[in-house]
Design a binder for this molecule. Structure first.
Ligand code: OAD
Ligand code: ZN
Length: 233
C-alpha cells in the first residue's frame, strides 16, 4: 500500500458496538425493537413528533455516557500521524471518534452534540431533551429538534464527501451493513473511480462483494491492526 496518500473512511454502528451502543440491523439491534418508519423518518416527525423526539431523547441518554474503544483510538492515532489526506465519514451520531482523538470527521447523519432549529437554522450546542419542546436559544421558536438526518432527508456534507472520494487512493468501510444509501453506494462510487477499497466488518455485509478486500472480525481488533500496518509500512 505504498502509493496511498488520500484516505476516506466510512464508519457505521459496528465501530461503536464494542463501546456498548446498539447497532440497528444485527440480531437484537434497535430496528428490531423500534420501527424506523415510526421513530426515525421525516414522515413520522410530521405525523407524530412526540414519539420521534422521545426516541431521540432516549438514544441521546444511552449514547452520551459511552467511551471510545480501541477502534476509535486507532483512528484517532491515524488522524494524528497520517501526513496525507484523511476524511472520516461517520454515519454515527455518537461522538466517539472525537473522544478517540480524531478531528477530520464528518457526521453525515448528524450528531447528538448539537440541536437544529429549522426556523432560524441555528445549530446550538445541546445536551438537553427535546420532547419537552424547549425554545430555540437563538430565536425562541419551539421547533428545535435533534440535529440528526431522518429517513427521507438529505444526508449532511455530501458536497465535501464526494470530492474527497474522487481524490482518494483508498476507501475503507468499517462496521456498516451497507443497507442505507447514499453511504452504501460509496464503495461503488470509489470502485468506478479506480480507488482501492477495503472493508472491515464483523461479518460479510450486503456490499461485501464490491470491495477489493474484506477482513472479518471485531473492529476493536481489525482497525488497530490495519492502522499499524498502514503507519508501520
Ligand atoms: P447497521 O446496524 O445496519 O450495521 C452494523 C454493521 O456492523 C453490521 O454489518 C454488523 O455486522 C457490524 N458489526 C457489529 N458489531 C461489530 C463489531 N464489533 N466490529 C465490526 N463490525 C461490527 O448499522 P449502520 O450500517 O451504521 O441511519 O446503519 C446505517 C444507518 O442506518 C444508520 O446511520 C442509521 C440507521 O438507520 C439513520 O438513522 C438515518
Ligand atoms: Zn431558532
Amino acid at each position: 500500500m505504498n502509493s496511498i496518500n488520500n484516505i476516506v473512511i466510512l464508519t457505521g454502528a459496528g465501530i461503536s458496538a464494542e463501546s456498548g451502543i446498539d447497532t440497528f440491523r444485527t440480531a437484537g439491534g434497535l430496528w428490531e425493537k423500534y420501527d424506523p418508519a415510526e421513530v426515525a423518518s421525516a414522515e413520522a416527525f410530521a405525523r407524530n413528533p412526540d414519539k420521534l423526539l422521545a426516541f431521540y431523547d432516549m438514544r441521546r441518554g444511552t449514547v452520551g455516557e459511552k467511551e471510545p474503544n480501541p477502534a476509535h483510538h486507532a483512528l484517532g492515532r491515524l488522524d494524528a500521524e497520517w501526513q496525507g489526506g484523511l476524511l472520516i465519514v461517520t454515519q454515527n451520531v455518537d461522538n466517539l471518534h472525537e473522544k478517540g482523538g480524531a478531528s477530520r470527521v464528518l457526521h453525515m447523519h448528524g450528531q447528538h452534540r448539537t440541536a437544529w432549529c429549522p426556523a432560524c437554522d441555528a445549530r446550538p450546542e445541546w445536551s438537553g431533551t427535546f420532547a419537552d419542546r424547549p425554545p430555540c436559544p437563538a430565536c425562541g421558536s419551539p421547533s428545535l429538534r435533534p440535529d440528526v438526518v431522518l429517513f427521507g432527508e438529505m444526508p449532511y456534507h455530501l458536497d465535501q464527501i464526494y470530492p474527497a472520494l474522487r481524490a482518494a487512493d483508498l476507501f475503507v468501510s468499517i462496521g456498516t451493513s451497507g443497507a442505507v444509501y447514499p453511504a452504501a453506494g460509496f464503495v461503488r462510487d470509489a470502485r468506478d473511480l479506480g480507488v482501492q477499497t477495503l472493508e472491515l466488518n464483523l461479518e460479510r455485509s450486503d456490499g461485501s462483494h464490491w470491495f477489493d478486500e474484506t477482513r472479518l472480525g471485531p473492529a476493536s481488533e481489525l482497525v488497530p491492526a490495519w492502522v499499524e500496518e498502514l503507519l508501520g509500512g
